[in-house]
Design a protein around this ligand. Structure first.
Ligand SMILES: C[S@@+](CC[C@H](N)C(=O)[O-])C[C@H]1O[C@@H](n2cnc3c(N)ncnc32)[C@H](O)[C@@H]1O
Length: 260
């Protein structure tokens, strides 16, 4: 994995183990320890220490942010220095949708791939709900993604999520051979914004879907280009608006690839 570093490159504060910067009151911290990630277990401490080599050195500072979905407290290590190292509004909206519709979605043992997973909140919630998850993103965010996934799913999820590099539109057949694709769901949150890869993103969404695959795409709508992408999306996917979150301008869509 490209994000792998030599020990000497590791940021100092990560070597300090669980003593991350945390502004919460001590009472809150005690409450979180009761059903939060298993930070106190020797096993997870060892696993997290071995994962430190994956955490990219190009972020100078991190914070810990706390979420609650699917009945679990989730701790995400974030850095405002990268788009891919903070949780975006659509990720929270999609997680809310997933937990509220867990029964009908039936993620138990489902094969799921997330594109543009960032710091991993959606993949973590999908894993906690029972899915076999592959979380993908660009190389420089994979270390922090891997760290967050392991931290929140070890001893909690039936299937430990995998992390894999996936740059939209690049090397798809080499890295994700069509013959071996069989995803029940493809997940994507806030992957559409002002960037130059929108066509490659749509190509990737189409590529990853087989007959029977459901694409769940959540996005905050900000720019006219977001709506232009939606129109192109509708040309290739049978599209259903599943939910709207007016307070955050996030919409959640279901897309099933048109096969005619
Ligand atoms: C706005 S962030 C959203 C992160 C996460 N899904 C969330 O909602 O919190 C966009 C994500 O897409 C990833 N990304 C951007 N361009 C990409 C590309 N060309 N190929 C693959 N991933 C890309 C970024 O690294 C980042 O993790």
């Amino acid at each position: 994995m490209d994000a792998c570093l030599h020990p000497g490159q590791q940021p100092q504060h990560l070597e300090e183990g669980p003593s991350f910067r945390d502004s919460r009151a001590e009472g809150d911290k005690q409450a979180l320890r009761t059903d939060g990630p298993l930070e106190d277990s020797h096993e997870i401490q060892q696993a997290l220490q071995s994962l430190q080599k994956f955490v990219p050195a190009n972020y100078a500072s991190y914070t810990q942010e706390y979420y609650r979905f699917a009945g679990k407290k989730i701790v995400i290590q974030e850095s405002i220095e990268s788009y891919g190292a903070v949780v975006w509004p659509a990720a929270m909206a999609l997680c809310q949708y997933l937990e509220e519709h867990a029964e009908e979605l039936n993620f138990q043992d489902a094969k799921i791939l997330e594109i543009g997973a960032g710091p991993g909140l959606v993949s973590i919630v999908a894993s906690i709900l029972g899915a076999q998850v592959t979380a993908t993103d660009l190389p420089d965010v994979l270390g922090n993604l891997q760290f967050n996934l392991l931290r929140n799913t070890l001893h909690r999820a039936a299937h430990l999520p995998e992390v894999k590099e996936l740059a939209w539109g690049e090397g798809l057949e080499d890295n994700f051979p069509k013959a071996s694709l069989s995803y029940d769901y493809v997940l994507a949150s806030d992957v559409v914004y002002h960037h130059y890869f929108l066509d490659k993103l749509l190509t990737t969404m189409v590529y990853l879907c087989q007959p029977g695959t459901v694409l769940l795409w959540a996005n905050k709508f900000r720019f006219s280009t977001d709506y232009e992408f939606l129109e192109k999306f509708k040309q290739v996917f049978d599209t259903t608006l599943l939910a709207e979150f007016p307070e955050s301008s996030v919409k959640v869509f279901k897309g099933v690839l048109k096969w005619d």
